[in-house]
Design a protein around this ligand. Structure first.
Ligand code: KG4
Ligand code: ZN
Length: 340
C-alpha cells in the first residue's frame, strides 16, 4: 500500500481525557486533549462522570483536531480508536464514535491497544527525537499500568514483567492523597521532590521476584510513617513536604531502575524506552540518562506531550496498521482488559 499522503484520525477515550489527533505520514498535524477537571474534586476518576464528559467532548475535540490540521473529514484515510484497556464506559464512547465516522465516510476503521500505543508513540516523526531500533525494552508507567515489554517489532511485543497490585502512577496519586495533595498528585510530588532531600526518610523497597512490581506495600508504609510522625508533630507534613516527596520519588525511581537493570541483563538488550504518564517524571528521566553512562544503555524518552494520555499515540499506531492493511471489522467491540 502506498505510504504517500496518508491522513489518519486517532481517537483516545480510555480514561478521563478525550483526545483526537491527525497524523500525516507519521507527522502529527494536531493533538487535541480535553482533560476532565470534574474528577479533581473526587480525588480520582469517577467512571460514570468520565463517560458522560467524553460524550460531551468528543465531537468538539474531533472538530478541533481537523481544524488545526487544516483538513476536512473527507480527506481522512482511516479512523483509529482506542479499543482498550481502560474504563468500559469511556472506551464505548470513542469506539462507537469511531465506528460511526468510519462507516459514514466509508473508510477503514483501525483498533488500537492503548498500552501498545504508549510504546509506539516513540515512532512519531519529531525533530530531535530518535526512534528506537528493534529489539528494545519498553517500560510503560502510568496511572493504570506498569509493565516491562520486550518489543521485537511494531506489533510483536511480549510483557516480561508487570505490577501485581497498584500501578506506579497510583503509588504517586495515593501517596499524594495521604499528603493532602490534589489529584493527580504525580506532577506535584515530582516538582516538590526536586526541592527536597531524597534520603531524608528511607522507605523500604518491596521485594518482588523477577521483573514484576508491587507498589501497594509502599503506599501502606508511607501511610503508617505519616500517621506516626503526625502524632508527635501535627505540622509534620507541611514542615517537611518537599523532603517527604523527594524520599517517595527516590524510592519509586529506585524500584523502576532496579527492574530495568534486571530486564536488560536477562534479555541482553540495552535499548530502553519509557512511556505513559509517569514518564513525564523528572527523576525517571534523569535516572535513564544516568543509565547511559553507568550501564551503556541507549534510552528513549517521549516528548512531554506524548507521555500522558493523548491521541497522537493512537494516530501513529493507526498509521502503522494502515500501512500493513490491518483493519478492524465494524462489529469490533471495546475491551476493558485488552492485553498486549
Ligand atoms: O498515562 P496517563 O496519563 O493515564 C493512564 O493511562 O493512567 O498517566 C497518568 C498518571 C497519573 O497517575 C499521574 O499522577 C502520573 O501519570 N504523572 C506523573 C507525572 N506526570 C503524570 N507521575 C510522576 N511524575 C510526573 N511528573
Ligand atoms: Zn495511558
Amino acid at each position: 500500500m502506498s505510504s504517500q499522503n496518508i491522513y489518519i484520525l486517532g481517537i483516545e477515550s480510555s480514561c478521563d481525557d478525550t483526545a483526537a489527533s491527525i497524523i500525516h505520514n507519521g507527522k502529527i498535524l494536531s493533538n487535541v486533549v480535553a482533560s476532565q477537571k470534574i474528577h479533581e474534586e473526587f480525588g480520582g476518576v469517577v467512571p460514570e462522570l468520565a463517560s458522560r464528559a467524553h460524550q460531551q467532548n468528543i465531537v468538539p475535540v474531533v472538530h478541533q483536531a481537523l481544524k488545526i490540521a487544516g483538513i476536512t473529514k473527507d480527506q481522512l484515510h482511516a479512523v483509529a480508536f482506542t479499543r482498550g484497556p481502560g474504563l468500559m464506559g469511556s472506551l464505548l464512547v470513542g469506539t462507537s464514535f469511531a465506528k460511526s465516522l468510519a462507516y459514514g465516510l466509508n473508510i477503514p476503521l483501525i483498533d488500537v491497544n492503548h498500552m501498545q500505543a504508549h510504546i509506539l508513540a516513540h515512532f512519531i516523526d519529531e525533530a530531535g527525537f530518535n526512534k528506537p531500533s528493534f529489539p528494545f525494552i519498553a517500560m510503560t508507567i502510568s496511572g493504570g499500568h506498569t509493565q516491562i515489554v520486550k518489543v521485537k517489532s511494531y506489533f510483536d511485543m511480549t510483557v516480561i514483567g508487570e505490577t501485581i497490585d497498584d500501578a506506579v502512577g497510583e503509588a504517586y496519586d495515593k501517596s499524594g492523597k495521604i499528603l493532602g495533595l490534589g489529584y493527580p498528585a504525580g506532577p506535584e510530588i515530582d516538582k516538590r521532590a526536586q526541592m527536597g532531600n531524597p534520603k531524608a526518610y528511607p522507605f523500604t523497597k518491596p521485594k518482588v521476584d523477577g521483573l514484576n512490581f508491587s507498589f501497594s506495600g509502599l503506599k501502606t508504609a508511607i501511610l503508617y510513617f505519616i500517621q506516626r510522625e503526625v502524632k508527635t508533630n501535627p505540622n509534620f507534613i507541611e514542615e517537611n513536604l518537599n523532603d517527604i516527596c523527594a524520599s517517595i520519588q527516590y524510592t519509586i525511581i529506585g524500584i523502576l531502575i532496579d527492574k530495568l537493570k534486571l530486564a536488560s541483563k536477562q534479555t541482553g538488550i540495552k535499548q530502553i524506552a519509557i512511556g505513559g504518564g509517569v514518564s513525564a517524571n523528572s527523576g525517571i528521566r534523569k535516572a535513564l540518562k544516568d543509565g547511559e553512562q553507568k550501564f551503556g544503555w541507549t534510552t528513549y524518552v517521549p516528548k512531554f506531550e506524548f507521555t500522558t494520555d493523548n491521541a497522537a499515540m493512537i494516530a501513529i499506531v493507526g498509521y502503522l496498521k494502515y500501512l500493513e492493511g490491518d483493519f478492524a471489522e465494524q462489529h469490533v467491540t471495546a475491551s476493558a482488559r485488552l492485553k498486549i
